[in-house]
Design a protein around this ligand. Structure first.
Ligand code: GLU
Length: 415
């Protein structure tokens, strides 16, 4: 019977399956799974009303065998140590599969950022940076945006870090262009998800022009995935955000929708579509479903109702492990998160490289090199899946885990 494990248990189960399929030694398991360093701090912040509130901040540095720790910081009420531990571990496999020279980490603050003013968020972010700066560094650990954080958050981190260590643009990625951010970085996670979505459509014997797409979560990842996949020729028929969902079976005009969202609107403000609710959206008849919001949206409760043939995990772990089994049993193709949303960290690598070289790339170069790396990651995953008869998730983990294990062995990581 399929079970909904926690995100951490589900991630560890994927690693364990790869350890078995790669015949790795038992003692390698602990080295692969144990997070290297974890920090938990109290963050007292002066609120606008004059009171002090204490938030909890976290950073889990999972593994740095292949390069400095790398991964986002999320501001979300659910963020806690277990949460960032699972997400940090996912980053290790994501960077390894994408073959970028980083390890994996994730940070978080347990807060609903929508309840804080810009000034409060600024103070919170500086507190977080001051509590963590000794474990961060251009060659040590490089944060990026994640759920609830943005380019602005990265600018505050860079500024606070710079006040101690001197001007250091490469300390964060996903920053504003004016501070050394990279062209194309903001669109990269969605662009990557659209590219692998289109590859999966073609591998299933269809074409983008014949395909309909539903995107759950019209934020940074979802909106750029919708834009890129519609430019590839697919028809995006429905999208959602936290406030609601819309459908137009003739296809949504993505440029018109983006104009509304950029001006601060929500997707349900879009007139040329019908409204539906978020649960109905996940169960719509379509060819490709891109859950691009948050973890645990496709669960054992609703997995059997998913009608899409291809599910592209734009978010981190949107399909629970129990739901994954149900989807696989019903012959659905799941393109796993560590492949589907790797575009973000790939472009982060380009940003970091540009910062180190103090040399900016043109957008065309960023996109060309991103397309190359994401396609290569797709190819190696697909080849492994075909060779071993495994799912794309199992294959992606096999490739990632074997790369990390190899580096651990060559370094003689164990003291
Ligand atoms: N937060 C993003 C992710 O989960 C980006 C991480 C990064 O660029 O370091 O992949």
């Amino acid at each position: 019977m399929a079970q909904d494990n926690s995100m951490l248990d589900g991630t560890i189960a994927s690693v364990d399956a790869s350890i078995r399929s790669l015949n790795l030694e038992d003692d390698m398991r602990a080295v692969l799974i144990e997070p290297w360093r974890e920090i938990q701090v109290a963050l007292p912040v002066l609120m606008d009303d004059g009171n002090v509130r204490v938030f909890r901040g976290y950073r889990s540095q999972h593994n740095a065998a292949r390069g400095p720790y790398k991964g986002g910081i999320r501001y979300h009420p659910n963020a806690d140590l277990n949460h960032v531990r699972a997400l940090g571990m996912l980053m290790t496999w994501k960077t390894a599969l994408a073959d970028v020279p980083f390890g994996g980490a994730k940070g978080g603050v347990s807060v609903d950022p929508r309840e804080l003013s810009t000034h409060e968020l600024n103070r919170l972010t500086r507190r977080y940076t001051m509590s963590m700066h000794h474990v961060l560094g251009v060659n040590r650990d490089i944060p990026a945006p994640d759920l609830g954080t943005s380019a602005q958050t990265m600018a505050w981190i860079m500024d606070a870090y710079g006040s101690i260590h001197g001007h250091t643009p490469g300390i964060v990625t996903g920053k504003p262009i004016e501070l050394g951010g990279s062209l194309g970085r903001a669109e990269a996670p969605g662009r990557g998800a659209a590219i692998v979505g289109t590859r999966a459509i073609v591998d299933n014997g269809s074409t983008p022009e014949q395909s309909t797409v539903v995107v759950q979560g019209y934020g940074a990842v979802g909106s750029s995935a919708a834009k890129t996949i519609s430019e590839d020729g697919a028809k995006v028929i429905a999208v959602s955000d936290v406030d609601g969902a819309i459908i137009n079976s003739r296809g949504l005009d993505i440029d018109a929708l983006d104009r509304i969202v950029i001006e601060g609107g929500v997707v349900s403000d879009f007139a040329d579509a019908d409204q539906l609710n978020n649960d109905e959206l996940l169960e719509l008849k379509c060819d490709v479903l891109i859950p691009a919001a948050i973890e645990d949206v496709i669960t054992t409760q609703n997995a059997s109702k998913v009608q899409a043939d291809i599910i592209v995990e734009g978010a981190n772990r949107p399909v629970t492990s129990g739901a994954d089994e149900i989807l696989v049993d019903s012959n659905k193709q799941v393109v796993p998160d560590i492949l589907a949303n790797a575009g973000g960290v790939i472009a982060s690598y380009f940003e970091w490289a540009q910062n180190i070289q103090v040399f900016n790339w043109e957008l065309e170069r960023v996109n060309r090199e991103l397309d190359q790396l994401i396609n290569r990651a797709y190819d190696v995953t697909r080849a492994r899946a075909e060779q071993t008869g495994s799912t794309m998730r199992e294959a992606a983990f096999d490739v990632a885990v074997s790369r990390v294990a190899e580096t651990i062995k060559i370094r003689s990581y164990v003291g």
